[in-house]
Write a protein that binds this ligand. Sequence first.
Ligand code: SF4
Length: 390
Amino acid sequence: MSMTQPLRFYVHTPFCLHKCHYCDFNSHVFSNPPWEKYQQALLKEIEYYAQQPQFKQRRISSIFFGGGTPSLAPPELFEAVLHTLQTHFSFANDIEISLEANPGASEAQRFQAYRAAGINRVSIGVQSFDAAELKWLERIHSADEAIKAYHIARDAGFDNINLDLMYALPKQSLASWFTTLEKALALEPEHLSCYQLTVEPHTQLAITHKKQALALPHDDLALDFLWQTRQRLQQAGYQAYEISNFAKAGKTCQHNQGYWLYDDYVGIGAGAAGKWDAEDGGVWRYSNLRSPNTYIDTALQHGKAVGSDEYLNLAQAMGEAMWLGLRQSQGIHIPSFSQRFGNSPQQAYPQLLQQWLQQEQLKQHQHYLQLTEQGLNIADDIAASFLVAV
Ligand code: SF4
């Protein structure tokens, strides 16, 4: 375990105005969230984790406020969380502090206050600029409101904005998706996240899909969406640095890159997860209680609200590092992997690697192990092949 390794902080706010039917995040509909108590619970958790030897006095490289809908929270909550974090930890000079915002919950005054609180990156959940698609997704905002939210964020001084978009919706054509993509490009955000819709188990959408199968694009069309999106965004000056993420030069999301690089992170808030490297090469991770009220009561009483934790041995941790690292376009830096786990990928997976390399699904480029173009088509299968059952 290296105490000089970057530490990331994830802060979850689980409240939403409406539960979108495709959503499998830990989000709960509250008309009047208990912000004061929630803030107190978050601060208690920070104080707890600041005392843990594996995190104590480490430097924080990025903070991400996700949800749920964090942009429903009063700006004072962000001020208090950031102030308390700064009291207990040091911040990197170039720290990235992101906030997820929903266009339906975007007010000019709030964005200015978020900026003043220290947030320096905003990720806006647009999903689509098509009215019918937004309705199908059960989003509570219109396309115009999404554009307005973007301009509000810009006017408030944010120079690092991401737009979240979703493609491969039922009955969606490539033309319709490209209308959304072009509208997003016209706004000139620094970053775009383009995710394929997936029907996650235990969502309302999964229940609907089971009753009557949705007209989702078949695999070939879904791959067309992926490849034509990559091509268009590359033309527009965005680098595809991860399967679903595209950035202008110098504007990759540091926080998410930390996950793919298998950095340590502390998660606070209902349902948040954390992870740190153990001294024997394995990994510890935990997940918080998911119910907002139970989380608040537990954190206020005990300083933490862990619902479950687990230890991954060296083989399991290596597999997870491979699974995450291969999502990045640059792939896995072989010398860093070897130094960290005492084993190179070639030593750890001689047969599996040989198989993927021979099939030209993976390639070694200088010091990196990465997916080939054809490997990208089956990226999930390749990445998952390295996972070892926990
Ligand atoms: S707004 Fe986001 S977090 Fe909330 S229910 Fe919809 S998709 Fe989930």
